[in-house]
Every structure is written in structure tokens, then in C-alpha cells.
Design a protein around this ligand. Structure first.
Ligand code: GLA
Length: 740
């Protein structure tokens, strides 16, 4: 049993395999948070956790309850304006302008399992995995609003999923000014906030800072979750490492504007809020209507960050990814973007396809430029019909040729966008998001379609499904290459304009929902100028995401390492590209480029029709090697060993271990070489201490405990024979660890 309710004390104790989450109805009928952390025994009450003392100069709840001071009591879903001065979890404006509400506990319900939310990506429980859901109903007497707080406990992965549903049982409309998904009040502030920040081509770099007094937050107002800040965040004790110590993980199942906020108050207590960013949100809640927030994921472990990442990765594959590809090995692809950009014709592409077949590659992906008359990025978005000057016999015919040559076929779309130079814009200029009588701000020479309009979603569905059927498509790369500006919809009334960002993203999901239902066998990869929408709501439909437009192996070391904290490696699209690299001009060995890309959904993104004989042989070998070890690379349990964000940022290493601990692959990347370097040992992780292993098929065997505790001795030295130098700038070494 995961949910324990003590009715006499109105106390709710949610238990996972190793954690406890406890809250209680307070004397004023609101909910108070008591505890979240390592598991504690179930008891009827926790008097020790509810002790209070009088705090000077703070409002009290009532004259006869001087110690009942909301500002000093940890809340479960905090209200605005009645004595708690921390930022609230929600705020409602009534028709008279008042923003004061008083939501009081009404009743609760416990349900087996977890239903999916309708029309909304969400977690689910299809496997009868001991999952239980608790719903707490609160009501406000004056407005007749109800809030249902939904908690689902996933015991096996130590995850609790929260959301809130607002229902208007009154006769007046109200405005939700904010409606966050989850809140966690913690009793102290001795935590480091770990965030994953960056920008285009340098996404999800780890930043770890100790909490300070006041508000610290990461968020997005760009219309997408953004490469600048990722919605995944951790709070870790200062002493917490990869392998030990307490750490909370928070994420939001959402792709729009988000807020992850941490507020430390004057008593060193901490409030975490996660949800839709109130900055660009308001929602008219009419009588008899409801508003559902997206879900947020809370997870805790006392055993360090590797454990947290692993339990989250398992959780997503069991309870979030909706695609049949979640546990299926992903095809090795070649993408023509960095090979040809817009400059291609059928013969050029077929040369790549034929070569791909020879190399053992399994899928060809035709990127941007196959539609309208798109020879550069100024034109044709919205016109999802083939450019006959490039593919004279049509896209279906071309796909047939690719299939005939024995490869799967994938295609690039950017459904949410429109170019001024397009038939779509000439027909429907009003479909662009723009403000009346104002200039429109371009981004990559393009504009954003108003996905809050049903006719826009319908148009895209018709266009895309025609192409998908015509090509018998195997894979879609769904791109999104600019942020939203001039946030205004010509189809929404005055008082609903702030609904646009959320309605936009609901439109995007409607299109995803319809396409994935109509084409269940198609593998979707999401993309937003690389990793600009690398989030859980996308993951629900698209089990892969293009991790970054930066394909340089050295840059990717940090990007993929940072990404691995919150997302499994099977989600990370990772390709070998040309050297010198197109984004950064760096020369790196082909071996290192592959050793970096192996730990993800692997592919190539260079003109393979122009390879030297030697590179061709190397790639053929890499493809065969990846196929032999694909399941460990994509689905092995990942243990981070050496962080490229620590010390001199020069080394990264990690290891992926299969379920039975009989096969593992470790890697060590080195950025710059150092002369006369100290001895080097790589301490592996995740092995069975009692099993014996061989490394790289060598003669010697080692116990797992030896490899983990003493480590593997790594020889720096050049032994005099050609090609024997093990270390150089941008070098890497892979270690196959196999049970004997
Ligand atoms: C974005 C993507 C790239 C490529 C181009 C095509 O930048 O991230 O991978 O598809 O668009 O225009």
C-alpha cells in the first residue's frame, strides 16, 4: 500500500520504496506539508513535526490562535494574501477584483492506478505497478471553486506525480492568474540548486549554487521550454555526490513557458514551486468548467545523483513515454542536413542512401528543404508539398526508392512555422501570431502559426498525414526553430489573450496526438534548433530529441553529460559529423566523434558519399560495433564517473551497465593532453562485485569489486608503434567490460 490515511488526524502519508511524503489538514482547514525525504514509519500523527513557536511581528490566523501564523507554517498548496507572504501556488481573481480565497479541505479519495489525462500528455500506469492515486478536494465557500490536488505514488521508482484541477461550481467566471502544478515546503535551506542552463548549441550545462535568501528561479517566457533553462532541477545537500547523499529532482511534464522557483525565507525554510509560468498566463474559468494543470514529477533519493537519474529514467520508460519505441532499439540513421544543407537533388541524396546501405546504416532522414521552393531559410514553411525541382517524381516516389534500397525513410517538418513567402501566408495571413497594427518580429526569417486556432491544427494534420501516408514514413523529425513574439491571437477575446501560450501548446499536442494515433509505427524525434524543447511533454510523444545543433564531439561531452541528469540516453539524438566541425571548426578524430555519439540514439550527419577509403572502413566498423552493443548504449543503466563540469573540465567518463551486470561499456574522454601526466586509474561503477570480468576481451580477469574500488590502470604511454598513442587532444577510450 502506497497511500496511508489516518482519518482521525486527517493525515496523509505517501510511501514509495524508500521515501515518505507526509501532509496533514491544518486547524484552519488548509493543508500543511510535514515531511518529504527518506522513508519513515507510518504513524497516526507526527506531533514532533507540527511543533510551533510564536514568531514576532507576523499575522496570526485568528485572535485566539497567536502561534497559528501561516507565514511560518509549511503549506501544501499555498494561498495568496491571508498571511503567508511567500509566493503562492495559485491566485484567483473574482469578478469584484478580490484575489483572496480560502480553500478548505473537503474530502479525499484513493484510487488504484493512474488514469491518463485527456488531451494532455501525462504519466500513466498501464502495468498495474502498485500505483495509487490520492485526490484531495478543497473548496472555497465564497467563489464555489473547487481544487482537486492529485498525487500519484509510483513506489518502485520513488516518484510522486502531482497536479491540480480547478473546477468552477459557482455562477460567476473567475480568472486564474496562476495555477502551478506542485509545491514543496522544506524545513531548512541547506541545499544546492542544480540547474541545466545554456543557450543554442550549448544546452544543459550544469550549474550548482548554494541556496541564498530570497527568490531564485529558472523559467521560460519564450513559448517553449527553451535551451536557456531546462525545466529539470535538483536540490541536493552540499555534500551530495553522484553516489551518496540526499537529492530531490523536480520536473514538469510540459513544453511551454515554465517556472521552477525556489524561495528561501527569513527562517531559512525553502519553498519550491513548479508549473506554468504565471508571467505569461491567465485563464478565464467559466461556471461548470475546469482547468487542469500539467503534471510535475517529484523524486527523492538518499543515495546520490546517479541513483536519482536512474530512477527517473526507469520511471519515464515505464510511465511516461507513450510511443511503442520506448524500449525498442532505435535505428542508426544518416541525416543529410550537415551533408547538403538546402543544396541537393535526387541523385545527390541517392548517393548518400546507397553509401548508407553499404555502411550498414538503417535509415535515411531527409532534412529541411524538400518542400515548397525552399532553397534557403527565407521561404516555404507551411507549404508541405514536395519541391519538384529537387525531387521530380514526388516525395512518395523518392521514399519508395529509399525503401527499395533497403533503408527506412525519415522526413523533417517544422509544422508550427510559416514563411511570408509561402502559399499558406498568401492564403491565411491571419494565421500568424501577431499583434494588430504592429510590426511582426522575425526569427530565422520566419513566423509562428497560431496553434490556438483549430483550423490551423486541422490544416497541418491534413498536410502532414498526406505526406506521411504517401511516403510510408518511418520517422519524423519535428522541428521548431524560433520563439514566440507579439503574443496575441486574432481569434481570442480581450480577456483571454493571456491564454494564448497555453492554448498554443495544447494545439501542438493535439497535432502530435492525432498524428501519433494515425501513424503508431512512426518514430518521432523532437527538435527545437537542437535541444530547445528537450522536456517531458515532448518525450511523451517523441522518445528521441535532437540533443543539440552542436555536433562537435568535445562540446557534446558537456551537453550530453548535463542532459543525462534528467533524461535517459535513449532520448539523446547523437550524430557523428564532419571534422573540422561545422559549428565550432574543431578537428577531432573520427573515433572520438563516434565514442561520444554512441551513448545515445546514434547516427551520422555528414556527406558519407565523399568518405575516404579509410574513413569508410572505420564507419562500417563503428556501425557494426554499435549494432552489437546498441541495447547497452541506449538502455544500459548509466553511472556518471568523472564530471566535465568539475576540476579543470578536461575529462569526462561514465559507464552504461546492462540489467544483469554482465556487460558494460565505459568511456573516458580527454579534452587536452598533458605531458608527463600522473598515474591514471578509472574506477568503474555499477558492476557486480562478485562477478569476474574481462576488459576489451583481454586475457586478464578482474572481480567487479577490484574494478570499482581499485580501478582499471590506464596506460598513458606511446609504446613506439604507429597508432599506439593512447592519449592526445580530444582522445577517447572505450572499455568493453564482459562477464567471464
Ligand atoms: C534546425 C535543426 C537542425 C536542422 C535545421 C534545418 O536548426 O536543429 O538539425 O534540421 O533546423 O533547417
Amino acid at each position: 500500500m502506497a497511500i496511508h490515511v489516518d482519518e482521525a488526524h486527517q493525515l496523509f502519508h505517501l510511501q514509495t520504496a524508500t521515501t515518505s511524503y507526509i501532509f496533514q489538514v491544518l486547524a484552519n482547514g488548509q493543508l500543511g506539508q510535514l515531511y518529504y525525504g527518506s522513508q519513515v514509519h507510518v504513524r497516526p500523527e507526527y506531533a514532533n513535526l507540527t511543533k510551533r513557536e510564536l514568531k514576532n511581528s507576523m499575522p496570526a490566523y485568528a485572535l485566539d490562535q497567536p502561534t497559528y501564523q501561516l507565514d511560518a507554517i509549511k503549506q501544501e498548496y499555498a494561498a495568496f494574501g491571508t498571511g503567508d507572504y511567500h509566493r503562492p501556488a495559485y491566485q484567483v481573481t473574482q469578478t469584484n477584483g478580490s484575489r483572496i480565497t480560502d480553500f478548505i479541505y473537503d474530502h479525499y479519495e484513493v484510487k488504484q492506478g493512474k488514469q491518463r489525462l485527456t488531451g494532455f500528455p501525462s504519466t500513466f500506469d498501464d502495468s498495474g505497478d502498485d500505483v495509487e492515486t490520492l485526490v484531495i478536494y478543497l473548496h472555497d465557500e465564497v467563489t464555489k471553486l473547487e481544487i482537486a490536488l492529485n498525487y500519484t505514488v509510483f513506489p518502485n521508482q520513488d516518484v510522486i506525480v502531482r497536479s491540480a484541477t480547478f473546477l468552477n461550481h459557482g455562477t460567476d467566471a473567475v480568472t486564474l492568474n496562476s495555477a502551478l502544478s506542485g509545491q514543496l515546503d522544506l524545513p531548512d535551506a541547506d541545499y544546492d540548486m542544480v540547474q541545466f542552463s545554456g543557450g543554442w548549441a550549448r544546452e544543459r550545462h550544469l550549474i550548482r549554487t548554494h541556496l541564498r535568501s530570497g527568490i531564485q528561479a529558472i523559467d521560460s517566457v519564450r513559448g517553449s521550454s527553451s535551451p536557456q533553462q531546462n525545466p529539470f532541477m535538483m536540490l541536493a545537500r552540499p555534500e551530495t555526490t553522484e553516489d551518496a547523499g540526499g537529492v530531490f529532482g523536480f520536473n514538469l511534464v510540459y513544453s511551454g513557458n515554465f517556472l521552477d522557483q525556489v524561495e528561501v525565507d527569513h527562517y531559512d525554510t525553502t519553498r519550491v514551486l513548479v508549473g506554468i509560468n504565471p508571467e505569461t498566463f491567465a485563464w478565464q474559468l467559466m461556471p461548470d468548467k475546469s482547468f487542469q494543470t500539467p503534471e510535475c514529477v517529484f523524486s527523492y533519493t538518499a543515495n546520490g545523483m546517479n541513483q536519482l537519474s536512474q530512477q527517473l529514467a526507469t520511471f519515464y520508460s515505464e510511465h511516461l513515454v507513450n510511443s511503442q519505441y520506448v524500449k525498442k532499439e532505435r535505428p542508426i540513421l544518416v541525416n543529410n542536413w550537415e551533408a547538403t544543407y538546402f543544396d541537393f537533388d535526387e541523385e545527390k541524396l541517392l548517393k548518400i542512401v546507397r553509401k548508407a546501405k553499404e555502411l550498414g546504416i538503417e535509415m535515411f532522414v531527409l532534412d529541411d528543404g524538400w518542400f515548397g521552393h525552399r532553397d534557403d531559410d527565407h521561404t516555404s514553411l507551411g507549404d508541405w508539398f514536395v519541391d519538384h525541382s529537387k525531387l521530380p517524381n514526388g516525395i512518395g516516389d523518392f521514399a519508395g526508392k529509399v525503401h527499395h534500397l533497403g533503408l527506412q525513410f525519415g522526413l523533417w517538418f517544422e509544422p508550427e512555422m510559416i514563411s511570408i513567402d509561402s502559399e499558406l501566408y498568401r492564403t491565411h495571413p491571419e494565421w500568424v501570431i501577431h499583434a494588430p497594427d504592429r510590426r511582426m518580429t522575425p526569427g530565422r526569417n520566419q513566423y509562428v502559426l497560431d496553434f490556438s486556432r483549430q483550423e490551423v491544427v486541422d490544416y497541418l494534420y491534413d498536410m502532414m498525414s498526406k505526406v506521411m501516408a504517401d511516403t510510408k514514413l518511418d520517422y519524423v523529425k519535428w522541428d521548431m526553430n524560433r520563439y514566440i513574439t507579439e503574443l496575441f491571437s486574432c481569434s481570442l477575446p480581450v480577456d483571454q489573450q493571456l491564454e494564448l501560450p497555453h492554448r498554443y501548446i495544447l494545439g501542438v499536442y493535439q497535432l502530435y496526438e492525432r498524428l501519433t494515433k494515425a501513424f503508431p509505427d512512426v518514430l518521432f524525434e523532437s527538435c527545437a534548433s537542437g535541444g530547445g524543447r528537450f522536456d517531458l511533454w515532448m518525450m511523451y510523444y517523441a522518445p528521441q530529441a535532437w540533443t543539440s545543433d552542436d555536433t562537435d564531439a568535445v562540446e557534446r561531452i558537456k551537453i550530453q553529460y548535463g542532459t543525462s541528469y534528467g533524461y535517459p540516453q535513449s532520448m539523446m539524438g547523437a550524430h557523428v559529423s564532419v571534422s573540422p566541425n561545422e559549428q565550432i571548426g574543431r578537428y577531432t578524430p573520427l573515433e572520438t566523434r563516434a565514442n561520444v555519439a554512441f551513448f545515445g540514439a546514434f547516427g551520422y550527419e555528414l556527406d558519407i558519399s565523399k568518405l575516404s577509403v579509410a574513413d569508410s572502413a572505420t564507419i562500417q566498423h563503428q556501425v557494426a560495433f554499435y549494432k552489437a552493443h546498441r541495447s547497452v548504449f541506449q538502455f544500459g543503466k548509466l553511472y556518471r564517473i568523472t564530471s566535465p563540469f568539475e576540476k579543470d573540465h578536461n575529462v569526462m567518463s561514465w559507464i552504461a551497465v546492462d540489467e544483469t551486470k554482465s556487460h558494460a561499456i565505459a568511456v573516458r574522454y580527454q579534452i587536452l593532453n598533458r605531458p608527463n601526466a600522473p598515474y591514471l586509474r578509472l574506477k568503474l561503477k555499477g558492476l557486480d562485485p562478485d562477478k569476474q570480468y574481462r576488459v576489451n576481451e583481454g586475457q586478464r580477469t578482474y572481480y567487479g569489486d577490484e574494478l570499482m574500488n581499485a580501478g582499471l590502470f590506464l596506460d598513458h604511454n606511446f609504446d613506439g608503434t604507429a597508432g599506439s598513442r593512447k592519449d592526445a587532444d580530444f582522445s577517447s577510450r572505450l572499455f568493453l567490460v564482459d562477464e567471464v
